[in-house]
Design a protein around this ligand. Structure first.
Ligand code: G16
Length: 543
């Protein structure tokens, strides 16, 4: 194998965000842009000799090209074995599973998650470490430092093997193993859930639809839901992945998965509906006539996980990101379980999972998962829900309502203001931070501020500290508004405003969410000066 060393110069915008580096495709296509970032990952990860690396992505435009580049660069870096999804495809949870199963030292996952794809869409690269989870901040900081000083990268002259050809190939001394992206993942799911019981429920009349949104989960869902569990063909909607997600936005929420939501709210709704995102780690859960908010879904799954074989012995604890509602905290308290509140980003769950402190984790951003991998996992959440439905023989709405009756209801909504002028968004956050000290005791309508802070987190396992993770304003009575800037957008800034109100009284559990949160929504606008600073009269997306 001939290794070519290519001189390059640093780019100043390769700082990884909440989940790797995400940019527009034309930005990524600039000469050496992807190569610089991949070389910086390898430099930060250390020597490749004798190590295995997993490579794959969500199949979006530019995926296969970068997979081939990554294979040639990984061979030049001396990796012993590359485990690559066929045609360059691996869902994020499947990649996490392969890293763990095959004892790889890490993995490159090519995805911009729920962001749109195509020649003008988004692209992304992230690095996962040996536990299968996203690189922690210490590693992403080291990668970023390398991107600022890089002077050359190394790449094999030879072409990468045909990505469609399953089996072992060689590139110099490196073995390139092309694997079926679905097989190991589906086998793992069979160890966690009672497939016989779910199949029997489906055969007995439980109806479902899964919207793969033209993204990576199509083949996974067809194999698991239609082939192994016997759901009729056509259960998986939009199940053929396409490079631009059929021109859509593969984000499983009420806005972007509106056709599924309409179906579930209509007269022909099946019992259960779900959707996943571009790379298969997010999920949306619906029942006939009900959308389950991600925070509630986390709480319901944590409260009922013991109904599935993989969790029969109970769970060790629960972790949630700070902006996620406290619904899961109520389950933890009632069951005597540990509960951890982390910054936004799945990487913060890794240490807690590795240390056995928690079994189930979740985020308001449509992510739930467990210690079976180190990523959130869309289909896992779908299967756990199906296992619970098969055991409880109740509808989704009945399960959620009886959950609220037992634990109380945390009314919750997130408002996103997208592509806001970055200066205006930073100004808004700065102004909030400047006022934090004087906020306590201030009254807004019937709401009185009890405490206000900028969330910081000390990892209980390794002691690392992450500051500036979002402004929290808590009112007496426990209602809360959180302001944060997204770390995953690619244009301008996305302001996220998270609103939450706890309601213990069951007779008040059926209010429309907007009505239950009306005063908080108004208060958030006035405290954050949202309209004034962003020029927006309302959010782009409410989830
Ligand atoms: C990523 C992270 C999640 C995070 C989400 C939203 O998800 O893995 O942990 O909650 O982004 O982050 P932000 O609010 O900063 O945009 P994904 O599915 O995009 O990889």
């Amino acid at each position: 194998m001939t290794i070519r060393t290519v001189a390059t110069t640093p780019f100043d915008d390769q700082k990884p965000g909440t989940s790797g580096l995400r940019k527009k495709v034309p930005h990524f296509q600039r000469e050496n842009y992807a190569q610089n970032f991949i070389q910086s990952i390898f430099d930060a990860a250390g020597p490749g000799a004798g190590q295995s690396l997993v490579i794959g992505g969500d199949g979006r435009f530019f995926n296969a090209e970068v997979v081939r580049i990554a294979i040639r660069m990984a061979a030049a870096h001396g990796y012993g074995r590359l485990i690559v999804g066929q045609n360059g495809i691996l869902s994020t949870p499947a990649a996490s599973n392969l890293i763990r199963q095959r004892k790889a030292s890490g993995g490159l996952i090519l995805s911009a998650s729920h962001n749109p794809g195509g020649p003008e869409g988004d692209f992304g690269i992230k690095y996962n470490v040996a536990n299968g989870g996203p690189a922690p901040e210490g590693v992403t900081d080291a990668i970023y430092r390398r991107t600022r000083e890089i002077t050359e990268y190394r790449i094999a002259e030879e072409e990468a093997p045909d990505l469609s050809a399953l089996g072992e190939h060689r590139l110099g001394d490196t073995v390139v193993e092309i694997v079926d992206p679905v097989a190991d993942y589906a086998a793992l799911m069979e160890t966690l859930f009672d497939f016989d019981k779910i199949a029997a429920a489906i055969a007995g009349g439980l109806t479902l639809r899964f919207d793969a949104m033209h993204a990576v989960t199509g083949p996974y869902a067809r194999e698991i839901l239609e082939r192994r569990l016997g759901a009729p063909e056509g259960t998986v909607l939009n199940g053929v992945p396409s490079e631009d997600f059929g021109g859509g936005h593969p984000d499983p929420n009420v806005v972007w998965a509106a056709p599924l939501v309409d179906l579930m709210m209509g007269p022909t709704a099946p019992d259960f509906g779900a959707a996943s995102d571009g790379d298969g780690d997010r999920n949306m859960i619906l029942g006939r006539g009900i959308v389950v908010t991600p925070s509630d879904s986390l709480a319901v799954l944590a409260a009922n996980a013991h109904l599935a074989p993989g969790y029969r012995r109970g769970i060790a604890g629960i972790a949630r990101s700070m902006p996620t509602s406290a619904a899961a905290d109520r389950v933890a308290k009632a069951r005597g379980l540990g509960i951890y509140e982390t910054p936004t980003g799945w990487k913060f769950f890794g240490n807690l999972l590795d240390a056995g402190k928690v079994t189930i984790c979740g985020e308001e951003s449509a992510g739930t998962g467990s210690d079976h991998v180190r990523e959130k996992d869309g289909l896992w959440a779908v299967l756990l829900w199906l296992n619970i439905l098969a055991e409880k023989k109740q509808s989704v709405a009945e399960i959620v309502k009886s959950h609220w009756a037992e634990f109380g209801r945390n009314y919750y909504q997130r408002h996103d203001y997208e592509e806001v002028d970055a200066k205006a968004a930073n100004g808004l956050m700065e102004s909030l931070r400047d006022r934090l000290a004087s906020m306590s005791g201030q009254r807004f309508g019937s709401l009185v501020v009890q405490e206000a802070d900028d969330f910081s987190y000390r990892d209980p396992v390794d002691g690392s500290v992450s500051t500036g993770q979002g402004v929290r304003i808590v009112f007496s009575g426990g209602s809360r508004v959180v302001f944060r800037l997204s770390g995953t957008g690619t244009v301008g800034a996305t302001l996220r405003v998270y609103l939450e109100r706890f309601e213990p009284r069951p007779d008040l559990h059926d209010l429309p969410v907007e009505e239950a949160l009306a005063e908080l929504i108004e208060t958030a606008d006035s405290i954050g000066e949202i309209g004034k600073r962003t020029g927006r009269s309302g959010p782009d997306v409410r989830t």
